[in-house]
Design a protein around this ligand. Structure first.
Ligand code: CP3
Length: 344
């Protein structure tokens, strides 16, 4: 039964002595087998749209480590591309997109109903995974949150402070809000199709939520997440949603209640004790080992892993990193983390 999967039990609110474990960016450049498959695909985007190979890289960390969940291999920036933005990746630098700074730029975007034409291979990847994953492994779909996706669409690239998106918000709020609405609607349809294709859980990545303060956080991080979650719950009752308003700080408090998500993923700028007291009181939490331990390893990794497991043992918890694993990580350290979590 699906309910027997460790990850789904945690999301349903079950406290477990050994928490389920998976890792953000678990299929990635730190793994030699990932680098080989990526080379076979040609480049990162070709890999995302090649359903067979995307399923293969999703499965690689499951085979190697036996994580409790697999996360679909894709990217949050496929949604802007499906809406008509140009998207490419510059090796060693990151993503580049055509920018949206004027009403005319926005007018060039396509309707939400057209996104599936581009995104169909992603649904195909999920169908393959549904067939091939071990019975005990949960399948996670995902999308970027509207604010985070908008920061890339407005600036045309990643930015350290999301300056261009904040500037557009100040200068042309109508356009800014229209863009967020378009992304919100596309995200609802995209995640809904992912669920129909086999995703058992979905996660909303708001990597830049931390730069929204006060009322802006309520309007542009919390509210879109609430709308997406409500629409998904209506269409697919029983499918759990994980929210990740990264670096939200005090914004993590009450986030689950206000948005309806089943689990709040937390980064490592907050301590697990603080998370237990302020966030886990409302339900399941996910996190929050610093990614650097996957590079440095050793006793510090063991101590910090035990510390997090112990601090969050009083309620439902999914063990994860505070952010994605980095390409310079040592695959042996991932095994050490898993062994430490599972020693019980
Ligand atoms: O977690 C997983 O393993 C699932 C796949 C996944 C990727 N990106 C694959 C990827 C997920 C969930 C994402 C989310 C994502 N993508 C986010 C939100 C989470 C976060 O990390 O904050 C963001 C902001 C992006 C946009 C993005 N994609 C950037 C900024 C970059 C370049 C930075 C980098 O690490 O090179 C990517 C590329 C990317 N997405 C890679 C992977 C495995 C590396 C690409 C490669 O193979 O060269």
């Amino acid at each position: 039964m699906a309910e027997q999967k460790k990850l789904l039990r945690a999301l349903a609110g079950e406290k477990q002595h050994v928490p389920p474990i998976w890792m953000m960016r678990q299929a990635g450049r730190y793994l030699p087998e990932y680098r080989a498959t990526r080379a076979e695909a040609g480049d990162f985007l070709s890999l995302c749209y090649n359903s067979e190979l995307a399923a293969e890289v999703t499965l690689q960390p499951i085979r190697r480590y036996g994580f409790d969940a697999a996360i679909l291999f894709a990217d949050i920036l496929l949604v802007p591309q499906a809406l008509g933005a140009d998207l490419w990746f510059v090796t060693g630098e990151g993503p580049r997109l055509s920018t949206i700074t004027t009403d005319a730029d926005f007018a060039k975007l396509g309707p939400v109903s057209d996104i599936h034409e581009t995104l169909n291979p992603i649904y195909e990847t999920l169908k393959i995974l549904k067939r091939e994953l071990p019975a005990e492994t949960a399948l996670i779909g995902f999308a970027g949150a509207p604010w985070t996706v908008a920061t890339y669409m407005i600036a045309g690239r990643g930015t350290p402070d999301q300056g261009p998106a904040h500037a557009l918000k100040a200068e042309n709020r109508t356009l800014f809000e229209a863009l967020l609405t378009r992304i919100t609607e596309a995200t609802i349809d995209y995640l809904s199709k992912q669920i129909e294709a086999g995703a058992e859980v979905v996660k909303i990545f708001d990597s830049w939520a931390g730069s929204l303060k006060g009322e802006d956080f309520q309007k542009y991080a919390l509210e879109p997440c609430r709308q997406i979650t409500a629409a998904l719950k209506q269409r697919h009752p029983g499918i759990p949603v994980i929210g990740f308003p990264r670096e939200a700080g005090e914004g993590y408090i009450g986030f689950a209640k206000a948005t309806g998500v089943d689990c709040v993923a937390v980064d490592n700028s907050v301590t697990p004790e603080w998370v237990a007291e302020h966030v886990q009181v409302d339900g399941c939490v996910q996190g929050n080992l610093a990614s650097r331990h996957m590079v440095t390893g050793g006793q510090e990794l063991i101590d910090e892993t035990r510390h997090i497991v112990k601090a969050l043992r009083g309620g439902p918890h999914i063990f994860n990193l505070g952010h994605g694993i980095t390409p310079d990580a040592n695959p042996d350290n991932v095994q050490l983390m898993i062994d430490t979590v599972r020693e019980g």
